[in-house]
Design a protein around this ligand. Structure first.
Ligand SMILES: Cc1ncc(COP(=O)(O)O)c(C=O)c1O
Length: 416
C-alpha cells in the first residue's frame, strides 16, 4: 500500500499549538483550570448559548446532558429517546448507558438526518408518547436537522428536543448555530473533527439548571460548585461554611451519583488555537466540497454527491453509491485506499447493522429503508483544511480511473 495521501482528517501542530501546550506545562496546572474555563466561555459565545460545560469526550457530553435531564425530572430508567439510526454509535450508546431506550426513525437520503415527517409519523402512532424523554437529532456530517419543525413537534407532544452536534461545528440553521436551539447540544472535538482538541467534548445550553447539573455530574456530583478553586488557589472558601458541627468539605461531599468526565488543560488549550481559526477551517472545507462536487459531477449517475450549502460546516465529503450493481462500496473503498485515499463507512444503521444493537434487528429490519441503504452504500472521504488543490485533483483522477472501466458508466468514459 502507498502512504496515505488524502486522509479523512489531519492535525498540524504549528507554533501556536506548541506555544499553547508549553504554556500549560509551564503553568504547572494540567487538570481543569483557566484554559478550560476560557474554552467554555468562548465556545458558548461562538455557538450563541448562555452556558457551556466541557467534558472528556463528546460521548461524555451526551451522557451529561441526558443524565442532567433525568435528574431534573427525577425520571427512572426505561424512558424512550427518539433518535437517528444513522450516526456514530455514541449517540445511541449514551442513551443506553443512562438507562433509556433509543427509538429510531428514518433519515433523509441526501442529508442523512432524521426528518420531521418521520418523527411526527412515529409519535402519532405511538401508544405512549408521554414515555418519551427526548427527541435527539444528530446533525450528521455537518448537515443540520430541520430544527424549527422538530422543535414544533416537540412542543406539540411536550417532549424536549436536544441536538447532537458532534459533527457540526459552526453549521448555521435559520440564523442560529447548531446546538443552540434545543434544550442542550453536545459536541465532540475528537481529532478528526473540525475544531480539534484530541479528545474533548462540550455541552451547550441556555438552561441554567441543565448546565448546573451537568457540571456537578461530571465531577462526581460534588457539592463544590466554584470554578475549580482557581480563584482561591486550592483553598476552598466554603470549607466548614455551613451550620453543622461536622467537619464539612464541599469538594468531598457528594449530592448525587456522578462521573469523572472532566477534561484537561491541554485539550482546551489546543481547542482554543483551532477556535481562533474556525472561519478559515469551515471555509476551506466548503471550498473543498465545492471542488470535489465539480470534479465528480461526471460520475453523478453512479455516485450521489453531497448537497452544498454555505451554511454547512462539513465534517467530511460523503458519497453514496447509486449503482451498487456496477461497483460495491467494498470494492470502491478498497481501490481508493489502495491509491492512498482514506475512506470511512457512513456508520451503519444502528438497530439492523450494528452488532451491539443486534437485539433490535428483527424489530427494525426493513423499517428504516434510507438508513439501511446508506449504512450499506454510503462512505466518506476527507475534505479537511490541510488538503491542497492537487490532492483534490488526484481524488478526481483516481475516481476517473476506477469508474471509467465500469460497463455502463457512459459519463465516466467520456470524462477520461
Ligand atoms: C454524532 C456523534 N456523536 C457523538 C460522538 C462522540 O464523540 P467522542 O468520540 O468525542 O466521544 C461522535 C464522535 O465522533 C459523533 O460523531
Amino acid at each position: 500500500m502507498p502512504p496515505l495521501r488524502v486522509r479523512v482528517g489531519d492535525f498540524q501542530l504549528g507554533p501556536k499549538e506548541k506555544k499553547a501546550i508549553n504554556e500549560i506545562l509551564d503553568s504547572g496546572r494540567l487538570s481543569e483550570g483557566a484554559r478550560v474555563r476560557e474554552f467554555e466561555r468562548r465556545w458558548a459565545a461562538y455557538v450563541g448559548t448562555a452556558h457551556c460545560t466541557t467534558a472528556s469526550s463528546g460521548t461524555a457530553a451526551l451522557i451529561l446532558g441526558l443524565a442532567a435531564l433525568k435528574h431534573r425530572h427525577g425520571w427512572g430508567n426505561g424512558r424512550k429517546v427518539l433518535t437517528t439510526p444513522l450516526t456514530f454509535i455514541a449517540t445511541s450508546s449514551a442513551i443506553s448507558v443512562v438507562g433509556w431506550e433509543p427509538v429510531y426513525v428514518d433519515v433523509d437520503p441526501h442529508t442523512f438526518v432524521i426528518t420531521p415527517d418521520s418523527i411526527a409519523a412515529h409519535l402519532s402512532e405511538a401508544s405512549d408518547p408521554e414515555n418519551y424523554a427526548l427527541i435527539l437529532p444528530v446533525h450528521l456530517m455537518g448537515y443540520p436537522a430541520d430544527m424549527s419543525a422538530i422543535l414544533e413537534i416537540g412542543r406539540r407532544y411536550g417532549i424536549a428536543v436536544a441536538e447532537d452536534s458532534a459533527q457540526a461545528h459552526g453549521t448555521r440553521y435559520d440564523g442560529h448555530v447548531t446546538a443552540s436551539m434545543g434544550l442542550f447540544g453536545a459536541f465532540s472535538f475528537y481529532i478528526a473533527h473540525n475544531i480539534q482538541a484530541g479528545e474533548m467534548g462540550a455541552l451547550t445550553s441556555n438552561d441554567a439548571e441543565i448546565d448546573r447539573l451537568a457540571r456537578k455530574l461530571k465531577a462526581q456530583g460534588r457539592e463544590c460548585d466554584c470554578p475549580i478553586c482557581l480563584r482561591h488557589e486550592g483553598r476552598c472558601p466554603r470549607l466548614n461554611a455551613n451550620d453543622s458541627d461536622e467537619d464539612y468539605d464541599p469538594r468531598f461531599t457528594h449530592e448525587m451519583i456522578g462521573y469523572n468526565f472532566k477534561t484537561m488543560e491541554f485539550q482546551a488549550g489546543l481547542g482554543l488555537t483551532q477556535l481562533d481559526r474556525a472561519a478559515w477551517i469551515i471555509s476551506q472545507r466548503q471550498k473543498h466540497v465545492r471542488l470535489l462536487n465539480e470534479y465528480l459531477a461526471p460520475y453523478a449517475d453512479i455516485l450521489q454527491l453531497p448537497p452544498y450549502s454555505d451554511d454547512v460546516s462539513y465534517l467530511a465529503y460523503p458519497l453514496v453509491i447509486r449503482r451498487p450493481d456496477l461497483i460495491s462500496r467494498k470494492e470502491l473503498r478498497h481501490r481508493l485506499e489502495e491509491r492512498g485515499i482514506e475512506t470511512r463507512p457512513l456508520f451503519g444503521c444502528i438497530p439492523t447493522q450494528q452488532p451491539a444493537y443486534g437485539h433490535l434487528k428483527a424489530q427494525y429490519e426493513g423499517r428504516l429503508p434510507h438508513a439501511e441503504y446508506l449504512g450499506r452504500h454510503a462512505f466518506y472521504l476527507g475534505c479537511h483544511q490541510y488538503l491542497r488543490e492537487e490532492d483534490l485533483a488526484y481524488v478526481a483522477e483516481t475516481f476517473g480511473e476506477i469508474l471509467a472501466g465500469l460497463p455502463k458508466s457512459v459519463a465516466a468514459k467520456e470524462r477520461v
